[in-house]
Design a protein around this ligand. Structure first.
Ligand code: NAD
Length: 331
């Protein structure tokens, strides 16, 4: 299929472009590079439109010129803290621009949509592991933007019999391409694995652990780390399985939770070096434990995570970070 990958110069989008190409599809990157990397476009060697999603003329042209069959929509802002400080910026980019994408798709007759949703749509779950039937009460503007798009998609499918979509609720995306070609390069970086590796390499002075008194076995938060290549593969399967009128809402996680301390220990083992760690107070809004029950994705897509432990995931990240300590551009 010809696939427009909005946000294809970013972390998860770029890894998905790579896998799409390897699977014989024809991906086209659409990205304004505000939070992604032009270097990725050169590495991936696929057609790319450097443009903003709010530029509907450019987007419509891209859909038509490349005879797009499916849009994968990764392009969004994704920092919880920033969304609290600048909610309108989040509603504009994550919600209003998605309205525009869907309108352009309708005009161009493109009916398949794969959406980057998030476990942040659940807020604080009543129980773990979390199924897709867990109540969705997000606790941040970021999580609410993702839930709003899910709601909007339900409405769109109700009025358009040809339209279909998958809303993929990722847990903690992690790791880097196994062949070392692509990595994770956010600015600022808020994810645990790049930050602990950065602390080990001396790129950052230390790693702060927020809270050691949670009701978990070692007192630190528990999260579900899903390798970015596993995420990419789930997108491709979802796109291939989509049928008109049959939307999918799927959790994408490994299905197991690991604590912050367990991740630090795994990173130290991989890098053969201790991480300088500072233990701080709890951070407002952090849930105790979040991990997926990925059964539905297995049933509907025949997909499950191939990376099943943090050490293997971190090895792929270490491979990239040790060669790119300052990211793609070497800043
Ligand atoms: N990283 C995670 O753990 C995680 C977890 C759950 C959900 N998600 C979601 O997955 C998606 C991708 O996450 P990521 O970590 O790869 O983020 P990222 O910031 O690395 O990638 C997003 C890309 O979208 C582009 N973009 C943003 N707004 C744009 C616009 N208006 N026009 C054109 N391009 C635009 C950015 O330049 C960037 O390249 C996001 O929607 C995020 O909310 C991520």
């Amino acid at each position: 299929m010809n696939v427009l990958v909005a946000g294809g110069a970013g972390y998860i989008g770029s890894h998905t472009v790579k896998r799409l190409k390897e699977a014989g599809h024809a991906p086209v990157i659409y990205d304004n590079c505000s939070r992604g990397h032009r270097a990725v476009v050169d590495i991936l060697k696929v057609p790319a439109v450097i443009g903003d999603l709010s530029d509907r003329a450019a987007l419509s042209r891209a859909l038509r010129d490349h005879r797009i069959d499916c849009v994968m929509h990764f392009a969004a802002y994704a920092y919880v803290g920033e969304s609290v400080e600048k909610p309108l910026m989040y509603y504009e980019n994550n919600v209003a621009n998605t309205v525009g994408v869907l309108q352009c798709m309708q005009e161009a007759g493109v009916n398949r949509f794969v959406f980057s949703s998030s476990c942040a749509t659940y807020g604080d779950p009543d129980r773990v592991p979390m199924t897709e039937d867990e109540k969705q009460i997000p606790v941040s503007p970021y999580g609410r933007t993702k839930l709003m798009v899910e709601q909007m998609l339900r409405d769109v499918i109700g009025g358009d019999l040809r339209f279909t979509f998958a809303a993929l609720r990722y847990f903690n995306a992690s790791g880097c391409a196994a062949d070392g070609t692509l990595g994770e390069d956010h600015d600022p970086e808020t994810h645990l694995i790049p930050n602990v590796l950065g602390a080990i390499m001396g790129i950052r002075p230390n790693l702060t652990v927020f809270g050691t008194d949670y009701p978990t076995p070692d007192g630190t938060n528990v999260r579900d780390y899903i390798h970015v290549d596993d995420l990419a593969d789930a997108h491709i399967r979802a796109m291939e399985k989509l049928e008109p009128g049959k939307p999918m809402f799927l959790n994408l996680g490994m299905g197991r939770g690991f604590s912050v301390k367990e991740i630090i220990a795994a990173a130290e083992k991989v890098a053969c070096k201790k991480a300088p760690v500072v233990y701080g107070a709890r951070r407002a809004g952090d849930a105790i434990a979040l991990y997926a029950d990925p059964t539905r994705a297995k049933q509907l897509l025949g997909w499950e995570a191939q990376y099943k432990d943090p050490e293997t995931i971190i090895r792929t990240a270490w491979n990239w970070f040790s060669k790119h300590p300052h990211g793609y551009e070497g800043k």
